[in-house]
Structures are given as structure tokens and as C-alpha cells.
Design a protein around this ligand. Structure first.
Ligand code: UDP
Ligand code: MG
Length: 313
């Protein structure tokens, strides 16, 4: 009998966590006793009743939970869940049932053929999402795929089923600034993509504000591309060239027409412009420096406060 571990990051999910468990019990029946589930709830510092509900659910033998000492973010929760998982296959699922459970059976069947190491999902629609958000999301995917060698698939969810081998590969990337969509792609392996229409949350509200998503997208660019740094260098070279040409022009003009004191307004404009470009480039370098700084500190990705699993606390 094969075991599938389901890693479920939860942050203030008291409305859905029990519905989620019931739904999984139903889903397990689709496998006709060929598979048993191990559900690992990761409480990412929820401020509501999520942890209590987890404790209650963990009385069932197929449920385990890990609770963080504070909110470390979904990336950290996924990492902790993957580390604790013991199944032959491991899936990552949101608690809000936006990741259709019935797909698990299909994913499992595909992995069983041995042709793939991972089955991932992507939403083909963004129904129910604010229009501006979808617009920026599309622009973001266009941009990141231009400047990153790692492919980031548009609409890709974190919802996927992976073999143990691939999970171990993902776990071997111990970076602190994690961006899983990039990591899954970076580790390689053969991935099959399933497509589905967007499903709205079963209950509760989204944990991602527009601003949080914006910061997350900047983080992913710094994590998977160094093109912004090259842009800073290229701009430097272009400005040097431009200044050489300008110096020659001005010397020639002074030699021919003398030196009337004019042109200071354009001079200040140029100074402002170049000053701005310098600050922009410094900012870009600063972004990479700050990420490097956090990375070299080698802080743990998460801290566990309480768990019923056999993992380091
Ligand atoms: N989540 C988390 N930590 C956070 C934010 C979110 O563990 O800091 C979890 C959340 O509980 C949910 C999943 O990540 O299970 C996806 O979050 P959400 O449904 O709010 O995102 P959306 O589907 O709106 O993109
Ligand atoms: Mg959701």
C-alpha cells in the first residue's frame, strides 16, 4: 500500500480546516484502499482557532500537525511539511479547497506509470479575481520569464504531487528566501501539467493583499534572476559613452564659438537624471545585498513550537 503525504499550510483557516479534512476522507475513497493518506497540517502562526482544531483532528491516526512559533510565511510552512513528510508521494495543498482534491487520483495514476516525477497544476482562468490583479499577474509572468533562466509557468499553483526523489531534491535547496514555483522548476525532473478552471475559496478570506503579492514578486525576481544587476552595469556603460560624446562636443563648441555662460538649466536636469539613475542602480544592488545578508546569516527557515510528529523542535 502506497502512502501519499498531503502538506497543508494553514494561516487563520479555522473556517475551512474541518471541511478540508472531510473532503480528504472522501477523496481517499477514490483510491479504493490502494493508497493511504498522511495529512500534515502546518500552522503558520495563526491567530484564530486553527491550532485547536488541528489538535482535535490529530486524534485521527492519519493526521499530524506542526505549529510554528509565529507566522513564517507559506514558503516556510511548505518546507517544514515536506521535511516532515514520510509518504512515497507528497502533495502540497491549500487548506481552502482551491486545489481540487479529485485531481489527486489523476495525479497519482500518472506518477504510477513511471513516466513522470511530478504532476503539477495550473489555473487557466483567473475567474473571481480582481481584474487589476490578473493584469499585473500576467505582466509579472511575462517579465520574469524574460529575465530568468528558470521557467516560471503562468498560473502555476503550488498544488502538485511529487515522488520522494523530487521532494528530497527540493529539500536539498536550503535557501532562506524561498520561491517554490522557481525551486520546483529549478530542480528539473519530468513534470506533467494539468489544467483546471479557477475555484473560489470554500470559506474564509485570502491571506494575500496586493502589496504582499507585489513584494513576493520582487523577491522572486531577485531569487531567480541577476538580470537587474546587469541592467545596472549596462546603464553605467551607456552613460559613460554618452558623457564622452558630450565632452567632445562641448570642447569643440567652445573652441569654435567661445564660452558664453549659458545652459545651466539643462545642466541641472542632467545632474538630476544621472543622480536618479545612480540611486536606482544602488537600490538594485541593495536588493541583492540584503538577500545575500539574510542568506549568510543562516537562520532557520522556521521554528516549531509544538508538534505531534517525530521532528526536531
Ligand atoms: N498561508 C500560510 N501562511 C501565510 C499565508 C497563507 O500558510 O502567511 C496558507 C493559507 O492558509 C492557504 C494557502 O497558504 O492554505 C494559500 O493562501 P490563500 O488561499 O490565502 O491564497 P490565495 O489562494 O488567495 O492565493
Ligand atoms: Mg486560496
Amino acid at each position: 500500500m502506497k502512502k501519499i503525504s498531503l502538506v497543508v499550510p494553514c494561516y487563520n483557516e479555522q473556517e475551512v480546516i474541518e471541511i478540508f479534512y472531510d473532503e480528504m476522507k472522501k477523496t481517499e475513497k477514490l483510491f479504493e484502499n490502494k493508497v493511504k493518506f498522511e495529512i500534515i497540517f502546518v500552522n503558520d502562526g495563526s491567530k484564530d482557532d486553527t491550532l485547536n482544531l488541528m489538535r482535535k483532528l490529530s486524534k485521527n491516526s492519519d493526521v499530524k500537525y506542526i505549529s510554528f512559533s509565529r507566522n513564517f510565511g507559506k514558503e516556510a510552512a511548505m518546507y517544514a511539511g515536506l521535511e516532515a513528510s514520510t509518504g512515497d508521494y507528497v502533495a502540497i495543498m491549500d487548506a481552502d479547497l482551491q486545489d481540487p482534491p479529485f485531481l489527486l487520483k489523476e495525479m497519482y495514476d500518472i506518477l504510477e506509470t513511471g513516466e513522470y516525477d511530478s504532476v503539477a497544476t495550473r489555473r487557466v482562468t483567473r475567474k473571481g479575481e480582481p481584474v487589476i490583479r490578473s493584469f499585473f499577474a500576467r505582466c509579472y509572468y511575462k517579465l520574469i520569464n524574460k529575465i530568468s533562466k528558470t521557467e516560471i509557468v503562468d498560473g502555476a499553483r503550488d498544488y502538485r504531487l511529487m515522488t520522494r526523489q523530487m521532494v528530497n531534491a527540493v529539500l536539498s535547496l536550503k535557501e532562506y528566501n524561498r520561491f517554490s514555483k522557481g525551486i520546483f522548476s529549478w530542480v528539473g525532473f519530468r513534470t506533467k501539467w494539468l489544467e483546471y478552471e479557477n475555484v473560489e475559496r470554500a470559506a474564509g478570506t485570502t491571506k494575500w493583499s496586493f502589496f504582499k503579492l507585489f513584494l513576493y514578486s520582487l523577491e522572486s525576481i531577485v531569487a531567480f534572476s541577476t538580470v537587474p544587476l546587469s541592467i545596472a552595469s549596462v546603464m553605467g556603460v551607456l552613460f559613460c559613452l554618452a558623457s564622452f560624446i558630450m565632452i567632445i562636443l562641448i570642447v569643440v563648441r567652445t573652441l569654435i564659438f567661445g564660452d558664453p555662460t549659458s545652459g545651466w538649466p539643462s545642466m541641472t536636469c542632467i545632474m538630476f537624471f544621472i543622480g536618479g539613475v545612480q540611486l536606482l542602480c544602488l537600490g538594485i544592488i541593495g536588493q541583492y545585498l540584503s538577500k545575500t545578508y539574510l542568506e549568510v546569516k543562516k537562520r532557520p527557515i522556521y521554528i516549531i513550537e509544538e508538534t505531534d510528529m517525530d521532528v526536531k523542535k
